[in-house]
Ligand binder design. Structure first.
Ligand code: CA
Length: 705
């Protein structure tokens, strides 16, 4: 430890010896006895409540909250601004956080001045494998080191002082499968754990633990079993395999990926990890004989010393709707039935709010926090959901299900406020028609969910009235205050797309929105006390800290591919340039700078090419399967951050084949598709796009006349 001693001579000698911690020094003593000035983990401290006791900003003075500084956290690769999802960590006045692809920023938290930046050397082709943008959900800071996972699968340990790489580990077991990392690392005991993403693409999920100091691999916990004829890696996999058909579609990997915010209880020495959905979604293809399919959609408690499972709880047995249990895990000590319980809380996608005993995994309660029609209730004796008619297989007929595959709550952190006893959840319920294809075969590097999206929409049109009435009764979106003891809604705030992550202080709740506002609410009533227009879509949860006696609130602002990739038309991202940045606010602050308005992009004159109409149908199908997820629809319906491909310049048309098959724009983040598409396929897509461009150009010229 460095010691800085100051001797001051005045009328008397005063010698003050202050022990200064090295930069980024967080240990268990500090984490579990947080000084209120700091925000030491993604959730604030070891309880991961996304709560701070700081209370300089109050209900009375929050009207004076304004802009303090901003930091440009924009493009690392290419020129398309990407989504920001991390909650910054602040210790001793220094902010550490992550951005697109796994970049890391260290800033002076008082001024926003950059101390250092870590730009990972990421293989940009992995962008194609990220279902929901090349995001990163945060870093871990521990004893002078900063840990981050890069999109292409490396766990990097950085020196907190200068950002230099201390060690780097390849965490992927198989690079032919579409694994990515978007999740934060979690420190537990003497290890740092990292999971992965790619459930929709057909990978086999696992987490790996590395020695905090040396990076030596300590253990790996597979979340779902592999082909039983090849043997089991662990007792846990042997046990899980009993809940799968031995003739399952093992090639599909089966998913279960852990990509959310974990937690660690140092007293119980338990690491808590939430697991994801499977590929394909329909169980009748992946595990034809059925079964619970452990450990999909589960909460796992693991001993970090040896990687052994201590308890598990599966939220959605035999999951078929993308109901992940990767949502943020919150620990709390609360009184239930006049007894203090050490609990773990989660609001997973399936719509039920779970309170578990975090020592034993005992289910304490599970009540609907949003609209749910796939299950009537959770049987507290068996711990299992009781399915309704809507919750039956959508094998023979499409089913209208709520929540949709985006869930009642996705990754945006919820917050527990021990002062009010309430949990604040960014809640959204949307009904969805589920329909699968009639056959299934795993394919590399593509969505392997087996949902028949095109026909799901067709079905939707056929029963428009039914859907409309269902949407009226089954749709909801709110900032919701939930009482985990009474299992009831305390209040709801529904205006203005309240879908960002949440942070709370004793009297206040802070939340950004896709519509570009940063709002502050009364924690007891939900009343909106302050609303700051930033013109930037905000998805991440905020952080709060204090420097030199001043309280700051900071949030990562920048839109891009939420978990569902569902851009909603009211997103501010379609009106203003998506200036991805960290914005800090304080009392007496100024006006928040607004990025420039978006200029409409003209459709260039299409090249003089004769359209091969016989290719159009094939081109449309390929576009929907491979391109739509990023580039979206055309013209007025283009709700995407990525280029509208009906507006290609003559130069892009010239090299169209090389973009797709040689990856000449890979450094801009545009992947190489040569392992999925042939020259004939690319020609079909090109002619389909040319047709769209001709239509768009004619429309534009007619309007200009
Ligand atoms: Ca998923």
């Amino acid at each position: 430890m460095r010691k800085s001693c100051y001797a001051v001579l005045f009328f008397v000698f005063i010698i003050s010896c202050k022990e200064e911690k090295p930069i980024g020094w967080i240990d268990y003593e500090r984490l579990t006895h947080r000084e209120v000035k700091d925000w030491l983990s993604l959730g604030g401290d070891h309880m991961m409540q996304h709560y701070s006791p700081l209370n300089q900003i109050t209900k009375e003075n929050v009207k004076d909250l304004g802009y303090a500084w901003e930091y440009d956290a924009s493009t690392i690769i290419g020129n398309v601004p990407r989504g920001l999802e991390a909650t910054p960590i602040v210790v001793d006045g220094i902010m550490f956080t992550s951005g697109a692809w796994g970049a890391v920023y260290a800033l002076d938290a008082k001024t926003g001045k950059q101390l250092w930046i870590y730009k990972p050397e990421v293989d940009a082709s992995y962008g194609r494998r990220a279902c929901c943008d090349v995001v990163n959900r945060g870093v871990a800071v521990w004893e002078g080191k900063v840990y981050v996972g890069t999109l292409d699968g490396y766990l990097i340990c950085l020196n907190a002082e200068n950002g230099s790489v201390l060690w780097s580990k390849d965490t992927f077991t198989d690079r032919t499968k579409a694994y990515t990392i978007t999740s934060p690392p979690q420190v537990a005991g003497s290890i740092v754990m990292i999971g992965n993403s790619g459930g929709e693409y057909g990978v086999r999920g696992y987490i790996t633990a590395y020695d905090l100091k040396t990076g030596e691999e300590k253990w790996r916990f597979w979340i779902v079993p592999g082909d039983p004829t090849k043997g089991y890696e662990s007792e846990e996999m042997e046990m899980a395999a009993k809940t799968w058909d031995p003739n399952s579609q093992w090639e599909s990997g089966m998913g279960g990926t852990a990509w959310g915010e974990s937690a660690y209880d140092p007293e119980l020495n338990l690491l808590y990890v939430g697991t994801g959905n499977s590929t394909p979604y329909p169980i009748w293809f992946r595990s034809p004989a059925g079964g619970d399919n452990l450990f999909l959609s589960s909460i796992l408690a693991i001993n970090p010393d040896n990687g052994k499972l201590v308890w598990h709880y599966q939220t959605t047995p035999a999951e078929i709707w993308d109901y992940t249990a990767t949502q943020n895990i919150v620990l709390a000590d609360i009184d239930i039935d006049a007894k203090q319980r050490k609990v773990l809380m989660m609001a997973p996608k399936n719509g039920f709010f779970y309170v578990l005993d975090r020592a034993t995994g005992e289910l304490i309660s599970a009540e609907k926090y949003t609209k749910v029609n796939w299950a009537s209730h959770v049987d507290l004796k068996t711990g299992r959901p009781v399915l309704t008619e809507n919750g039956q297989w959508y094998k023979d007929k499409p089913r209208l299900v709520v929540p949709y595959l985006g869930g009642g709550h996705v990754w945006q952190p919820m917050s527990f406020n021990p002062t009010t006893g309430l949990v604040y959840i960014p809640e959204r319920a949307v009904p969805q028609v589920f329909k699968s294809f009639d056959t299934y075969n795993w394919l590399p590097d593509v969505d392997n969910t087996n949902l028949d999206y095109a026909n799901m929409f067709k079905f939707k049109k056929n029963v428009a009235d039914q859907i409309k009435s269902a949407e009226d009764t089954l749709r909801s979106e709110s900032l919701l205050a939930w009482n985990p003891v009474t299992q009831k809604v305390a209040w709801k705030f529904t205006e203005g797309g309240p879908d960002g992550g949440i942070m709370s202080t004793p009297d206040l709740v802070f939340q950004g929105t896709r519509t570009g506002y940063f709002n502050v609410h009364d924690a007891r009533t939900g009343e909106k006390l302050k609303s700051i227009f930033t013109a930037t879509g905000i998805m991440a949860g905020a952080t709060t800290y204090s420097i030199d006696g001043e309280q700051y609130v900071a949030v990562m602002a920048g839109y891009g591919g939420a978990e569902t990739s569902a851009y909603l038309p009211d997103g501010v991202v379609f009106q203003y340039e998506n200036k991805t940045r960290i914005i800090a606010f304080k009392l007496g602050g100024g006006e928040t700078p607004i990025p420039p308005k978006k200029k409409p992009i003209e459709t260039p004159a299409p090249p003089d090419t004769k359209i091969k109409t016989e290719l159009l149908a094939k081109g449309a199908t390929l576009y929907d399967f491979y391109c739509f997820i990023c580039h979206g629809d055309f013209g007025d319906k283009h709700l995407s951050q990525h280029p509208d491909l009906s507006k290609l310049t003559p130069a892009k048309h010239m090299v169209f084949n090389d973009i797709l098959l040689k990856g000449i724009l890979s450094q801009n983040g545009m992947a190489n598709f040569s392992n999925s598409l042939s020259e004939e396929d690319v020609e079909a897509i090109h002619h389909y796009l040319l047709k769209k461009q001709i239509e768009g150009y004619q429309k534009q010229e007619a309007a200009n006349k």
